[in-house]
Design a binder for this molecule. Structure first.
Ligand code: UDP
Length: 349
């Protein structure tokens, strides 16, 4: 029988896009959740959306995870939990190039605070949101977890690489601690209820929010960054993973660590998993599929390549499939319909 401590998860950065979807999946799987978020890039309405889906209130603490004292006082001393999912980080690649120190300070400090408090309070498990960006442009595709990391081409990417290393060394030094780094490919879509989704502030950097805002008439047209890449239609190839599928991977990761601790399992206490579909999709294919499944036009034009973009990347998902027993389930059309339903709801269309 598991204790309530084992069945409670701290979701740091839980008011954001992936954090809200993960909180829903955790609660639906029987976990209790405490959300900690400073709301620097999220809105409290997202937590209300989670509560509307799960039909109950979710403890929420407004706190900056970099502030170790506040995090200790408001979260670690008040709640008993045995696992943390750490999402609390800045994620805008371009901004990280312009303001690297802001990214190093925030993304590393928040992780260091969380790890220090985990050690102090004997909290065993952490899931870390890493990214396919750690691979750069791999020489061979699909990217496996063994594919060598290349020097990140942005401070954002570097914080993901450094965070993985910090976690690996911390786990090695703290008996009983376990960690799973999930390397996300391109998370897209929204909850089927349309009560939560991605809500970027200002002009979206990512493809799907730009598509949905263009379809909604908020943006005039989508710029497709490059059509002269060495790919079937000349636009970049990515692996677009549904956010609900991605959220489920976090639940499976937490369960794995809790179970392995209970079983006294030997072996690696730090593990890495790619989370993607394993299927490459081009930018132009994605735009056309969105138009087709939603019956709406997305005005677009071909533009210059965006500096820093890799040409093509997609995931080998065998390890997540075999070891975690996790599979991407949602079809791309379904995902793009959910993304559009969310945008329409946000815009009152
Ligand atoms: N992209 C695009 N127009 C946009 C935003 C993105 O053509 O307005 C392309 C981008 O060049 C890349 C793909 O869409 O090939 C995914 O970009 P995104 O920023 O969503 O994720 P990334 O793969 O860069 O992390």
């Amino acid at each position: 029988m598991s204790s309530s401590k084992q069945k409670t998860v701290l979701v740091a950065g839980g008011a954001g896009y992936i954090g809200t979807h993960t909180t829903v999946e955790l609660i639906e799987a029987g976990y209790d959740v405490v959300i900690a978020d400073d709301l620097s890039n999220a809105d409290i309405s997202a937590v209300r959306g989670v509560e509307a889906i799960v039909g109950r209130s979710v403890p929420f603490v407004e706190v900056d995870c970099c502030d170790t004292e506040a995090l200790r006082r408001e979260v670690f001393e008040k709640y008993a939990f045995d696992s943390v999912i750490h999402f609390a980080a800045y994620k805008a690649v371009g901004e990280s190039v312009a303001e690297p120190l802001k990214y190093f300070r925030n993304n590393l400090d928040s992780l260091l605070s969380v790890l220090a408090l985990m050690k102090e309070f004997d909290v065993h498990n952490i899931v870390f949101s890493s990214s396919a960006t750690v691979y750069g442009q791999p020489d061979e595709l699909p990217a496996t977890e063994q594919t060598p990391r290349q020097r990140a081409n942005s401070p954002y990417g570097l914080t993901k690489q450094m965070s993985e290393d910090i976690i690996q060394d911390t786990v090695a030094a703290v008996p009983g601690m376990r960690a799973i780094a999930l390397r996300y490919f391109n998370p897209i879509g929204a909850h089927p209820s349309a009560l939560i989704g991605e809500l970027p502030k200002g002009v979206p950097n990512n493809l799907v929010p730009f598509i949905t805002q263009t379809a909604a008439g908020v943006r005039k047209e989508l710029a497709v960054f490059g059509d002269d890449y060495d790919t079937p239609d000349g636009s970049c190839l990515r692996d677009y993973i549904d956010v609900v599928d991605l959220a489920r991977a976090h639940v499976v990761a937490v369960s794995r660590m809790v179970e392995r601790t209970a079983a006294g399992a030997e072996g690696d206490r730090y593990e890495i998993f790619n989370i993607g579909t394993g299927r490459p999709v081009s930018v132009l294919e994605l735009v056309h599929r969105f138009e087709e499944v939603n019956g709406v036009a997305v005005p677009h034009r071909i533009a210059e390549r965006r500096p820093g973009d890799v040409e093509k990347i997609w995931a080998a998902t065998d390890k997540a499939n075999d070891v975690l027993g996790w599979h991407a389930e949602r079809d791309l059309g379904e995902t793009l319909r959910a993304a559009w339903a969310w945008e329409k709801r946000v815009r009152g269309l």
